[in-house]
Design a protein. Structure first.
Length: 293
């Protein structure tokens, strides 16, 4: 087996665990570190098949992450629920949430083609694709519902940024201090944003872009569709000012407020995905786990 770089190395117990979940006659021929994950190490494993070909799997490993067991169990459950639904999600191969077999809690899944696209070119084309994909996710009615959503921010943990409109922030804080309004439950991704959506943008160019996969289902839950819409809109607005309204107009949610940051958070939770510092919710729930490419 060859490694593309030092970071791609997979530890011996984990290698043995992966090998036990391969098909007869298959072997790991190379590993490659994938970039984009914040709290999880992501690696693409190239598997040699019996007929001389190859296929790829993705290994997610949580190193020193609180609640890794809960995160991996929830993601494994979500990937199982998504099987056969038509939503382009990875397929679950195996999970070791307590590190009973691996050096660290790990999840093995199928690899999806495509890559994340975060630049401006073709953004107006991709936003409607994101909106339609989110509608499809919210339309899912699995036989077994995921857990009820949990709030990521409370009124007592919000810190108004320096120089911000104090009155607007005070009004937003008053809103989240009140009980949640009645809602019709939907299947939520809970971290749906451009960093967790894979696109095929091969020629003839951005206009022909299509979604090939949605990844990072560790926070899947059941709740109001507005949560996914607001979260994605906030991330889009950070990538390019003004795009937030584009997605909101397509979904027309009620009360679509961007989520205020928790105390000390500089965006690792998705409010500002480029940052590596995380709020208390992120630290306790694993933060963003990034995409597959």
């Amino acid at each position: 087996m060859t490694n593309h770089d030092e970071a791609a190395a997979v530890r011996p117990l984990t290698l043995a665990w992966v090998s036990r979940h391969l098909k007869a006659g298959e072997r790991i021929v190379s590993t490659e570190a994938l970039h984009g994950g914040i709290t999880a190490d992501m690696r693409r494993l190239t598997i040699g098949t019996r007929d001389g070909g190859t296929r790829d799997l993705v290994l997610r490993t949580f190193v020193n992450v609180e609640h890794a067991e809960d995160c991996l169990n929830r993601e494994a459950g979500a990937l199982t629920l998504l099987t056969g639904t038509g939503v382009p999600a990875p397929g679950l191969v195996a999970v070791d949430p307590t590190a009973a077999h691996c050096e660290y809690p790990s999840l093995l899944m199928t690899h999806l083609a495509g890559r994340t696209v975060l630049d401006d070119e073709g953004l107006e084309t991709r936003v409607p694709l994101l909106a339609r994909q989110l509608v499809a996710i919210h339309a899912l009615r699995p036989a077994e519902r995921p857990r009820e959503y949990v709030a990521w921010t409370t009124a007592d943990t919000v810190v108004t940024p320096k120089g911000a409109d104090a009155a607007a922030w005070a009004a937003a804080i008053d809103v989240i201090r009140k009980p949640a309004p009645p809602y019709e439950g939907r299947f939520l991704h809970r971290d749906f944003q451009p960093g967790n959506v894979l696109f095929d943008v091969s020629p003839p160019g951005p206009a022909g872009a299509r979604i090939t996969g949605v990844v990072d289902w560790a926070a899947t839950s059941w709740g109001p569709a507005d949560l996914d819409v607001a979260h994605c809109s906030t991330n889009l607005a950070l990538l390019r000012r003004g795009v937030c309204g584009s997605l909101r107009r397509m979904r027309r949610p009620a009360g679509c407020w961007p989520r205020p940051r928790a105390s000390g958070c500089t965006g690792g939770c998705g409010t500002g995905w480029r940052s590596r510092r995380k709020c208390s919710w992120c630290r306790s729930h694993g933060g963003r786990q990034g995409g597959q490419s």
